[in-house]
Structures are given as C-alpha cells and as structure tokens.
Design a protein around this ligand. Sequence first.
Ligand code: ADP
Ligand code: ZN
Length: 517
Amino acid sequence: MESTLKKYLGFSHFRPYQKEIVEQILEGKDCLVVMATGSGKSLCYQVPPLIAKKTAVVISPLISLMQDQVMALKQRGIRAEYLSSAQTDRSVHSNAESGRYDILYMTPEKACLLEASFWSRLLDSGICLLAVDEAHCISEWGHNFRVEYKQLDRLRDVLSNVPFVGLTATATEKVRRDIINSLKLQFPYVTIGSFDRKNLFYSVKSFDRGNAFLNEFVKEISTYVDKAGSILIYCTTVKDVEQIFESLREAGIEAGIYHGQMSNKAREESHRSFIRDEFYVMVATIAFGMGIDKPNVRYVIHYGCPKSLESYYQESGRCGRDGIPSFCQLYYTRSDFAKADFYCADARTPDQRKAIMESFMAAQRYCTLSTCRRKFLLEYFGEKCSYDKCGTCDNCTNIKKESDMAREAFLLLACIQACGGHWGLNLPVDVLRGSRSKKIIDAQFDKLPFHSLGKELSANWWKALAYQLISHDYLVETFRDMYKTVRVGPKGMQFLKSCSPDQQPPLYLPLTPEMMG
Ligand code: ADP
Ligand code: ZN
C-alpha cells in the first residue's frame, strides 16, 4: 500500500485513519468517513482502485470540483474522468463501461440517470467502491441539502455488493445517522476524526453598518494583504460582495469577485485567477465554496453572521490547509440575527425549518459567546473537549474586564421568570425599561415589581447582558413556532434562589463592547 501511495500520489506516509479506511474498503466494507476539511479524505477513495485494479465511482456535487480533481489525477498518471449531464463525449461513456478508468467521477444527477445496462457492464468490468463525497448533502438536517443526493439510494440496489463510502467534513450526530440510513450503509466502518484545526485562530467582532465601518474594514484588510497567502472574504448577500469589492478597489487593493449572479464563465475565470494567485483577496458569497483546495489561504473573513454553524465551520476551514497558522475572523451585526425567515424560505417541511433555525441559532450563539470559541465549535460537533481555554481564540487571549453584575442579572432573570419565560428578549427588557406598550399593559406586566427598575441602562445593554447569561447557561434559548424565546435555566434558577431583592451573591461577567460603549 505504501508503495502505491508513493508511486502514484507521491506521499511517503498515510495520514491518520487513511490506511485503515483503505483496508476496510478493500475488504468490501461500507464506510462512513467524517473528517475535517483538509485532512485528506479524497485519498481514501483514490488508493483502493490503484490496488484492486478496479474502477472507483465517485459522486461529487460540482463539475468544477471534478474537473480539478480529474486534471490533478491525470497529471499523476492515474486514469480519471468524469461524467455529467453536460458531458456529451460518448467515448467517455464506453471507456467507463469497459472499466478503463481507475477513478470515474459523476454528478448525483448523472448517477441516477445512467441506465441499468451501464451499471451492469461496469460491474462486469469491476467496481471497487462507490464514494459519495460531501455526503452531508443527503441529509435534510445538513446545511446543504440537495434533492439529487436523496435519490442515490437507488444505486444501492443496483450495486448491492459494492462497498459504499460516505465522506463529509461536517456531521452532527443526526446528519451521521441520516447518511448511514439514506445510503443504506451496512454495518459501516465509521471514522470520526477530530474537528480541531489547531493552526486556526478564531475571533469575532461586532460592527454597525455604514461607511465608517467600511473604511475601517478596508484598512484592516490592507494590513493583511501579503503575497505569501490569500484572503477570502465571505459576505451574506451579493450586494455586500459588490460593495466591499468596490471599496477595496477604491482603496487600491486588487481583488476578485464571485457570486451566484455572475455568469458561469465569469465565475470560472474568477475561481481560476484566485487559485493561480493573480490576486490575493477574494470577495464572495458562499456560492464560492466546495472544492477550494488552496493550501495558502491565510484569512477567512466573514462579513455578516453565517447561516449555520456547520457552514461557518466549513467555510472558515478553507484557511490554513497547509498547516501554517491562519485566521478565521467573523464580523457580525445584530440585524443579521433577524434573517431567520429568509433562511427558512427554502424549508419544505417543519423538520427542515427547525433544523435551519437551530443551526442559525448556534451561529448566533457563536457570535455572542464570551467563552472559548474552539471549545464551543468542537462540542457542537459532538467532540469532547478536556480544556476550558484553548489559548488560540479571541476570548481566550483577550484579557477581558469583568464586573460584578449580580444585581442586573438578578433583575433580568427575575423579570424573565415573572413574565412567564415564554417571550423573546424584547419584552422583558422593555418591562425593565419601564415601557407601557399595549402588549405590556394588556398582560399587566406594568404591575410587576421589576417594571422600570432598569431604565437607566439601554435596551442594547440589557440584551448584551442576556447574551452573556445565555453563554454562561443562566438563560436558555429555545424555539416556539419560529420565534426565539428565552427562559431561566437550572443554573439561573439556582442563582435566583440565592438572591433576595436587596442582596445578591456576586456574579462576575465579562464586559462586552456593547456594555462599555
Ligand atoms: P479533504 O477532502 O479531507 O478536505 P483533501 O483530500 O483535499 O482533503 O486533502 C487535503 C490535502 O492534503 C491535499 O493537498 C492532499 O494532497 C494532502 N494529503 C492528503 N493525504 C496526504 C498524505 N498521506 N500525505 C501528504 N499529503 C496528503
Ligand atoms: Zn479558546
């Protein structure tokens, strides 16, 4: 195996997990491979065909990605090709059927369209595996559900004795189970690598939209530009992409642009120029995504809260693939948090909607977190984390000022509890600030003892405190029919029990910028 690895791919050693996975596939076992971006998943399906001398069929969602991989493999003397609905070259078809390729890529649409006769001829020639790359696309719980992926289960009946291999970089427990069920994996060999990208530094800043911030942002980017590496800026809308692109250009910073409203040709050109280092800053929507195997991306900067923590992990994971220290920075503004409806527009079932909301909420929590960001990310993906501070995220390295906020926390928690614990944040904050809105009068919350006790502090200050209390588990956020609600959690109840209206035990919390400003 090592000599095959060396001969064809030029590597002297397998990385962790790769060899075991290749062995399992060669023994005919189904596999589920969950490993971080950049950990070397592709090799797991590239080596078996070279050893077994049979074709590996690889399902991959993007033509551009397949083209890149096919080109790279051909350069190494590996017989690779791809089939898509757009691929009209008949000879590729007949070569494929007669097993003349080591690795045959295809889109999921194409895989479902191919006739039974194609598969039976290819089976006669020999198939050593069927790999499904980006397998999370099969799950409605994933952040990238694709209908075409769902139909891949048909192939299981056609290729009943071929080992199936699902590969993904992003999988929570639910998604994992979904992949196994949808691909009908039989007693699969499951590999879950660590999600910890040790060379990445995580940080988050909040901002207010406007020209002042834009100037500051561009100035900051200009200090990062360095020909040794690239900067990838992700925006949540095409409008933001265009605005930032323009601002960079005005500041004399050469950049590329990429979004879904550009023509295919323009997008391909932009992608290619980025890969070839013709410019060092790329401004894009998340349409610029899968298959960016560029080793020297030094910064991935998000301008706006991402739609899910899964996608944040994947997008930010595109930096530092070469193992050199790199930076994942996120800029968010509170108005980003109101986009839930927008993201839910794609949902077709209540379950899907719930999944979208939950992962969007996790992304929001990541933004407002005051504890270790790495620990939060890892635990979200089900990984146990033995430390409280990683030392390589902003929250672990910034020495934050803390202040005793026992009285304010008491007021907020008690007020949320008194209002029934089934509202969003606005209502209890309004009560504390002495509002007499119709809603408050109707519910008689103006009669609560807490009414107007917190009017000397701004609504944003109270919300910032609430986010702190959420990230320290005093408050719990949940969903009710699309609305986010907060209630006092067990830890908050414990705290309330130890308080009296005029005396509370100390509760030190970090002062966030909103609280100081
Ligand atoms: P993934 O699909 O998990 O994101 P890739 O398969 O694209 O990761 O691999 C990431 C990088 O690591 C690629 O540049 C690949 O050539 C390299 N790589 C993979 N396996 C090895 C290995 N055993 N030794 C050295 N480099 C490797
Ligand atoms: Zn940390």
